[in-house]
Design a binder for this molecule. Structure first.
Ligand code: NAP
Ligand code: HSE
Length: 432
């Protein structure tokens, strides 16, 4: 993989799951990439934290390993800096230094771009350089280029999807293998899907980071990460999965944004998805995004959202796109990088159908009291069932409701959870 005069030289920051995947693809498909670009792509230097770790690089790769970022950002031979370290401060500093040194940047770091991307996009724009991030959203699924280029003329009333492979893997394992949450998560970590801090996957933060980036691309606005409503999958039990299944639904961690009269309602939350929807069939670490365009109609992309080779495939796509660009790169998909802040619909004002699970004492009057509290809060019940298999002292009751406002749902849950027969906090999930 060593460079030659004509080679496009990469400075790679991070040789973990994704960085290692990039090195593998260049070993495996380097000639193919060269055929397409008309020049080879080579990794010149790799920045790591621990230089003593054994690395899976070819003996003759000629790649230099360093712990000093200057060896990448200040090397005039390096054309593109690829940031695959993760974290916020160190990669932000590295990317800013690379842009200031006149180098294009490719990153898979959705947390950084969603939370602090404005400054970096501004810097890239001022310098006329690329800050590309295909791998940051849905790993190997080419959703960034699709929205930015292929669907560019469309207004998008709705975009939704499964954006976290780890959470989807965990829910899929719980559904198909009947394993516990912890066991499924450990397997996802072993397979390299999970973030360094897996609570980002499980509690919805990672999907929310990706949703912020998609909103930027689809609507040309900055949606502050803190304004997203985010709920993860910790509250989902095998029992919820089984009951939802009886009603014909699967439980998925859904990221979604709806545009209503120029305002955006957006968030990440577990939702019941009817088994006839394509999204319900997205299993394992797979991701899927459905974009509803006003001209193109509904477009759905499906593929691996995490893992070494799928994610590195998206990284290399960005590298190749930058190598081909014959104009200043267009990072955000809009002529002006300065995007206005989104006009946001509060989570409480959104409306949806819901699944409720109440854990209650098994005695007369309980169902009636819950139904009354629902009626008092304008919630109309579509289906109700008391599950036969009682737990130690209590029994689950499940309601599916017609559409109601989230504020009514929250009020009803507060009222019901204060009733003396409630044994565990009520669980409420949206139905798509
Ligand atoms: P990883 O396996 O933990 O690898 C991180 C690499 O970065 C390691 O080689 C580490 O060095 C190096 N590193 C970390 N901090 C450093 C620092 N301060 N200075 C120098 N080197 C540093 O991470 P990963 O899973 O490949 O993820 C990398 C990025 O891709 C993250 O932003 C992640 O969110 C994103 N991403 C990951 C996936 C996935 O499937 N894993 C998918 C999409 C996006 P050592 O090897 O010496 O420890
Ligand atoms: N941890 C992330 C996931 C990696 O599970 O989807 C891809 O961004």
């Amino acid at each position: 993989m060593g460079g030659n005069m004509n080679s496009l030289r990469i400075g790679l920051a991070g040789l973990g799951t994704v960085g290692g995947g990039l090195a593998s693809i260049l070993q495996k498909n380097g000639n193919w990439v060269e055929n397409r670009l008309g020049r080879p792509v080579s990794i010149k230097t790799v920045l790591v934290r621990d230089p003593s770790k054994k690395r899976n690089l070819a003996q003759d790769s000629g790649i230099r390993i360093t712990t000093d970022p200057s060896d990448i950002v200040d090397d005039p031979d390096i054309d593109i800096v690829v940031e695959l370290m993760g974290g916020i401060d160190a990669p932000k500093n590295l990317i800013a230094r690379a842009l200031n040194a006149g180098k294009h940047v490719v990153t898979a770091n959705k947390a950084l771009l969603a939370e602090q991307g404005e400054e970096l996009f501004q810097l890239a724009s001022e310098k006329g350089l690329g800050l590309y991030f295909e791998a940051s959203v849905a790993g190997g699924v080419p959703i960034v280029q699709t929205i930015k280029e292929s669907l560019a003329c469309n207004r998008i009333p709705r975009l939704l999807g499964i954006l976290n492979g780890t959470a989807n893997f965990v829910l899929s394992q719980m559904t198909t293998q009947s394993v516990e949450f912890g066991e499924a998560l450990a397997e996802a970590q072993r397979l390299g899907y999970a973030e360094a801090d897996p609570s980002l996957d499980i509690d919805g933060g990672d999907a929310a980071h990706k949703l912020c980036l998609l909103i930027r691309l689809a609507y040309g606005v900055h949606f502050p990460y803190e304004k997203l409503h985010v709920q993860g999958i910790r509250a989902v039990t095998r029992q919820d999965i089984a009951v939802a299944r009886e009603f014909g639904y699967r439980i998925k961690l859904i990221a979604q944004v709806n545009e209503v009269d120029g305002r955006l309602e957006a968030g990440v939350l577990p939702a019941l998805v009817h088994h006839t929807y394509l999204l319900a069939r997205v299993g394992g670490n797979y991701n899927a995004v459905r974009v509803e365009g006003d001209c193109v109609g509904s477009v759905m992309l499906h593929g691996q959202g995490a893992g070494a080779l799928p994610t590195a495939s998206a990284v290399l796509a960005d590298i190749m796109a930058l190598a081909r660009a014959n104009r200043a790169p267009d990072n955000t998909g809009f002529a002006d990088w300065r995007l206005p802040e989104a006009s946001v619909i509060n989570h409480e004002d959104a409306r949806a159908e819901h699944y409720f699970r109440f854990t209650v004492d098994d005695r007369p009057g309980v169902m009636a009291a819950i139904a009354q509290a629902m009626a008092d809060n304008n919630i109309s019940i579509a289906q109700a069932v008391q599950k036969g298999e009682a737990m130690e002292r209590c029994v689950p009751i499940v309601f599916l409701t017609h559409e109601s406002s989230i504020s009514d749902v929250d009020r009803a849950v507060r009222a019901i959870d204060a009733m003396e027969f409630i044994q565990e906090p009520t669980v409420a999930f949206r139905i798509l």
